[in-house]
Design a protein around this ligand. Structure first.
Ligand SMILES: Cc1cc2nc3c(=O)[nH]c(=O)nc-3n(C[C@H](O)[C@H](O)[C@H](O)COP(=O)(O)O)c2cc1C
Length: 1022
């Protein structure tokens, strides 16, 4: 496509100025979208500012369109078969949305005509002026009818004259009421517009009084046609230029009518011939079509610019034939189809010749003009971006004549465009590997059965041993061929070896592709190559600059091919950047070649246009590598088999981050050893833990680094008293990570409204405590939220959120208490909206009373979340770890011991280890901290004031006097001086600090009471 085409520029301008959302489908890199260039200029100069989303080449634009519907959404692309075939899948959904699909056509309508019958409206423009006018008409039509319009337009020369409507008139035109004289404003029985007579001075009144709709005609198609006429009339009143579905020129009483669909400049004053060019290719009500065929006509020729139409009948031809069948006329009309070629040199004799041919050879397919050579259109060598040489030269240098690029662009000339796809390359490699296996068998056969001399025997045997050795396989192979040719052997295997000689040397087979393949791993064929197990190398060039990675559709995620391939287990994976570390590229490519199995090398080469300077690429590379966006690493699973670490991290910057982290951990362990009062046991176990933690953390931080490449980040905040909401939140975290989302989890109170302002996607899971109150670890947040909501601050405008609330609809069974059900979750949901946040999934409600408890509601809510975040189609292959239940914790605790004893002896903190928190509950003990002085202590840099609540177990609620007295004494000696008698028929002590825990429990035991199973268990046995 000509990047400065006048029609592209005009269409881009109208698309931008009429739409709320513009989706631009990018061409194959490094070609830059001419639409985007125009959008960039318009976004600076125009007052109307739609949202512009780019979809990368190879990605499916249909789902982006469906997700981003608005009052009017425009889609701009050139008609590449890849884009169109993907759109077709979504057309049934797109057809009923207000979307205009502007598709630039070069010289052939074959691809774009595939969409014709699947959309309500299909307009065709052949000049820049027409493209401008029809773009406006299409916008009006899509907006008023709320249906999709395809606008196919030919790219025109940049110098074509163009009268463009000023920006300030566009929106008023779009929003104005329908033209009072338009047919649609009448009662539905409008007189059809006399389309041929409609000119600049037309007033909308018909000069053809009779209605032409036949009784059998599809009313739907007529209604759509009328809607077109209405929009055309509205547009006419703005432009003062007529917009016609058909344009007739030539003889008023013709013997031949020539319909044309496509670009032409035919002479019109030929005796007896009427030319009808078609602008509206759908809807085409038959009555309207036939209106163009005067009664004098005996022959119709339908010429369409569809050079590569594969079925016998072309679309317009079929329409005309079926229209004629409905005609009641006595007269027989001959109808023929043909190709409309390039008519620039067509003269009157050519047209007369066409008619002559149509009479002498009635069954042949006609041709008017010249069909452009197919080579120039589709089989030309694809453009190889010059920057790619940075990698391909290294490959050539490293592997010399061993290098075989299985999808080399040079194959396109002989094999067609398919030759560059991974499926094709994979098929080729598979064939080549099969042939080599055949060669090996044949040589073995000759070794066993053949009557051969010692020299040849030795050569063949050596080759079998060294067949994978780069040098030896070549020299031995050459010697074998020489020997077999000079001293022929009487054995069929001998000829077969000579026929398969090209497979004697070992080769390095590479498939080279772009990162567009990674948007759709399955259908791009990349998945098959990775999963094939074949000894094949794949080099994927990623050209997306770090600084422009956020311009795309956030929902369209580029899959992390590296992570995906690593998951396969038997695939070598490397991530390299030639402008960051040349030696790492060499090392990775060599290791990939050596690896016996599939290898994937992800190569970074960020540039936006081919004239990007090396310095720009260098800067972008540095930015991406240093920030961890593009980490350099190698993963070689074969190392694992020999007991070595399979993963090598090669980026210095990321390494430094890791080192800092590990240093901090070191520092911690030093601190621990400097405290002699700590139990030796604790220290040594901590030492082990630090090692474990280091390893785990290193893995985790690296996994996070990888998964977060393109995924939208997700923050999960929970508030939970009993742990149910917390457990769900943690499970959600795992699931989100498995879907590639970079996920963080925290309790609600660890965030403030200010820190939340920086977040994009936040999911809240909160249970209900007390009487419709928020759980303890969410109360501070709730207070701040309520205060801000009262003030009406819109402080969370950037935030997108969803809430899952957990409660029990019968906890407070009286009807007047119904509002306590899930109150905190509901309050949170409405208040966040009040603060300006956008709810991306409606609130989910979990009710303990449901069949599966809160899971019933949860199962409905979670899938909506994945859908909204665009990860619903991500296959989660890893089995989710089984949720850890209380029973698991108990079984693993050494009969409820855990490390409670060690923790009690650690006087450096008033708390117990977090891992013991749940265990102590089984002992009837909750750890708490004094909220009133929490902030003050935090400001002083000391830990919260921890204390414990102890709940006694008292069977049957029967308390003897000596027990009562003991309780009283315990509260004075070990607690806050008070104790509670609760509805659980027992006593509760508060404010017991860690040092007093043990004596308090001992005193309780002394009066033959205990605390076991008083908290945390389902059945608390009280
Ligand atoms: C003391 C207490 C009070 C509760 N009050 C309510 C309530 O007012 N409304 C409600 O819908 N659920 C109420 N529930 C039910 C809990 O919210 C529900 O069981 C939830 O799943 C507990 O989650 P958690 O373990 O994360 O705290 C209450 C539960 C408890 C233990």
């Amino acid at each position: 496509m000509d990047s400065t085409s006048a029609s592209v520029s005009a269409v881009a301008r109208i698309a931008f100025l009429t739409s709320d959302v513009v989706v631009d489908s990018l061409p194959t890199p490094p070609v830059v979208s001419p639409y985007s260039q125009k959008y960039n200029i318009l976004s600076r100069t125009s007052t109307h500012k739609p949202r512009v989303i780019s979809t990368p080449f190879g990605a499916d634009p249909g789902s982006t369109l469906i997700r981003n519907t608005s009052n009017l959404t425009s889609f701009t692309a050139s008609t590449s078969p890849q884009v169109l075939t993907r759109l077709v899948l979504h057309l049934s959904e797109i057809a009923v949305l207000p979307i205009v699909l502007h598709l630039a056509v070069w010289d052939d309508l074959s691809d774009v005509l595939l969409l014709r019958s699947a959309v309500p409206f299909f307009l065709l423009s052949t000049t820049a002026q027409q493209a401008h006018d029809n773009a406006l008409l299409a916008a009006r039509l899509a907006r008023t009818e709320r249906k999709a319009v395809v606008h196919a337009f030919y790219t025109a020369s940049p110098t074509e004259d163009l009268d463009e409507i000023p920006e300030e008139k566009i929106l008023p035109f779009l929003l104005s009421a329908t033209h009072p004289k338009s047919p649609r404003t009448t009662n539905g029985h409008a007189t059809p517009l006399p389309t041929n007579d409609l000119n600049g001075h037309a007033n909308g009144h018909s000069s053809h009084p009779h209605s032409l709709a036949s009784s059998t005609e599809d009313q739907g198609s007529i209604n759509l046609f009328k809607a077109y006429e209405a929009a055309a009339l509205d547009t006419l009143s703005l432009l003062r230029r007529p917009l016609r579905p058909f344009t007739s020129r030539g003889s008023p009483e013709p013997h031949t009518v020539i319909f044309t669909l496509g670009k032409e400049n035919l002479l019109t004053d030929i005796e007896g011939i009427l030319f009808v060019s078609i602008t509206l290719a759908n809807p085409l009500p038959h009555s309207r079509l036939l209106h163009n065929v005067p009664s004098s006509a005996t022959r119709i020729i339908v010429l369409e610019q569809a050079y590569r139409w594969h079925s016998q009948w072309t679309p317009l031809y079929i329409e005309v034939v079926s229209a004629l069948q409905e005609r009641s006329s006595e007269q027989d009309i001959v109808i023929q189809s043909g190709i409309l070629g390039d008519t620039s040199n067509v003269q009157e004799p050519d047209i007369l010749n066409l008619i002559l041919k149509s009479t002498t050879l009635p069954s042949s397919r006609l041709l008017l003009g010249v069909v452009p050579a197919q080579d120039s259109a589709s089989n030309a060598l694809p453009h190889i971006p010059k920057h790619e040489a940075a990698y391909t030269k290294i490959l050539a240098h490293l592997f010399n004549e061993r290098l075989e690029i299985s999808n080399s662009p040079y194959l396109v000339a002989t094999q067609g465009e398919i030759a560059t796809t991974p499926e094709y390359a994979l098929g080729r490699v598979r064939g080549q590997l099969d042939s080599r296996a055949d060669l090996i068998n044949t040589i073995q056969e000759l070794l066993h059965d053949g009557d051969i001399n010692d020299d040849l025997h030795s050569l063949l045997a050596k080759w079998i041993i060294d067949k994978d050795d780069v040098v030896k396989s070549r020299t031995l192979g050459k010697a074998i061929v020489d020997t077999l040719e000079s001293e022929p052997v009487e054995h069929p295997a001998s000829n077969k070896i000579l026929a398969l000689r090209e497979f004697l040397p070992s080769r390095s087979r590479w498939i080279i592709g772009s990162d567009a393949w990674s948007y759709d791993l399955g259908s791009s064929g990349l998945h098959h190559a990775i999963a094939s197990g074949l000894n094949i190398n794949i080099l994927i060039l990623d050209t997306l600059p770090y600084s422009s990675r956020n311009n795309g559709d956030p929902h369209r995620r580029k899959h992390d091919v590296g992570l995906y391939a690593m998951n396969h287990g038997d695939v070598f994976v490397a991530s390299v950047a030639v402008f960051s570390s040349y030696s790492q590229v060499l090392q990775s490519l060599t290791e990939a070649d050596r690896f016996d199995g599939p290898s994937v090398v992800l190569a970074y080469l960020p540039y936006q246009s081919e004239d990007a300077s090396a310095l720009d690429i260098l800067k972008e590379t540095k930015l991406a590598v240093d920030s961890g966006y593009w980490p350099l690493y190698r993963w070689d699973p074969s190392k694992e088999k020999v007991g070595r670490e399979p993963f090598s991290l090669d980026s210095d910057a990321v390494k430094n981050d890791l080192k800092q982290f590990l240093d901090r951990q070191n520092h911690l362990s030093q601190l621990v050893t400097s405290r002699p009062q700590m139990a030796a046991e604790l220290v040594s176990s901590l030492g082990e833990t630090v090692k474990e933690a280091r390893k785990k953390r290193a893995q985790e931080s690296y996994a996070t680094l990888l998964t977060s490449l393109d995924a939208p980040p997700l923050l999960i905040l929970y508030a939970s008293d009993g742990g149910a909401a917390e457990k769900k939140a943690k499970r959600l975290e795992n699931r989100a990570k498995a879907r590639g989302l970079s996920t963080t989890i925290a309790n609600l109170d660890s965030y403030t409204l200010e820190t939340l302002q920086e977040e994009e996607h936040v999911v809240f899971i909160t249970s209900t405590a007390g009487q419709g109150e928020p759980p303890q670890n969410g109360r501070t947040f709730f207070k701040a939220l309520n205060a801000a909501a009262l003030r009406g601050d819109e402080v969370l405008k950037k935030l997108r959120y969803s809430v899952f609330a957990m409660g029990d609809s019968h906890y407070w069974p009286r009807p007047e208490d119904a509002h306590y059900y899930n109150k905190p979750g509901k309050d949170l949901d409405s208040r966040l909206a009040k603060l300006g946040a956008e709810r991306f999934v409606d609130i989910g409600l979990g009710d303990d009373q449901d069949a599966d408890g809160s899971e019933t509601g949860y199962k409905l809510w979670e899938p909506l979340l994945w859908k909204a975040l665009g990860v619903d189609s991500v296959e989660v292959t890893e089995a989710e770890p089984e949720p850890i239940t209380n029973e698991h914790i108990k079984a693993a605790s050494g009969f409820l011991r855990g490390t409670i004893a060690e923790g009690l002896e650690d006087f450096s903190t008033g708390a117990l280890a977090p891992s013991d928190g749940q265990l102590t509950k089984f002992h009837g003990i909750y750890q708490q901290d004094d909220r009133d002085i929490r902030e003050e202590r935090e400001a002083q840099g000391v830990e919260p004031a921890y204390s414990f609540m102890i709940r006694v177990r008292m069977p049957g609620g029967v308390c003897k006097p000596d027990q009562w007295l003991q309780m009283d004494q315990i509260s004075d000696e070990h607690g806050s001086g008070t104790f509670k008698i609760t509805t659980r028929q027992t006593f509760q002590f508060h404010g017991v600090i860690k040092r007093h825990l043990k004596p308090a429990i001992q005193d309780i035991n002394r009066v033959l009471l205990d605390t076991l199973a008083a908290c945390g268990d389902v059945n608390r046995c009280l």
